[in-house]
Design a protein. Structure first.
Length: 74
């Protein structure tokens, strides 16, 4: 699970605005996680031959899904 960090200063935000920011951050984290799971599921559904045709091996699938969802390699 990825952790969402924010650089916003919470001292100047009201309580309602803080909850709105947290909700927005959680929605973004959930969206990224869905992209990760969908990408991984689709890649795992490929046959070994299809993976080979794409120049991939099974050990790379998690890294590819992480990069697709979060923009970084794992």
């Amino acid at each position: 699970m990825a952790y969402v960090s924010s650089n916003r200063t919470t001292a100047t935000l009201s309580l309602g605005n803080r909850f709105a920011e947290i909700r927005k951050d959680l929605a973004e984290a959930w969206r990224a996680h869905r992209v990760y799971r969908q990408t991984l599921t689709e890649l795992q559904g490929l046959s070994p031959r299809e993976l080979n045709d794409l120049g991939l091996n099974p050990s790379m699938l998690h890294s590819i899904a992480l990069e697709a969802a979060y923009g970084k390699q794992g």
